[in-house]
Design a protein. Sequence first.
Length: 95
Amino acid sequence: MVPHLGADEIPAYVALMERHENLWLDTTMAVAGLFPTWEWEDVVRKVGDRLLYGTDFPNVPYAWDREIKRLVALELPPETQRRLFADNARRVFAM
């Protein structure tokens, strides 16, 4: 599990995901708007099957639901949203 979508190495982690089926990313702090240069929207769409909504709550410097709102605003298909917010975590923690 790589937190923060891989931070400043996002493309490298996305490439690694193509070779390693047990590599996952989480969204912790990466979609909160603190780092405006990150193009997180495309990453979320590309790796949604192996992405978990992540939170550092209560240790975050922004409203706890900020990332949820930004992810929902992407208008991902309902199945993708269900995987992101619930099903993928069940898959990871069942391993």
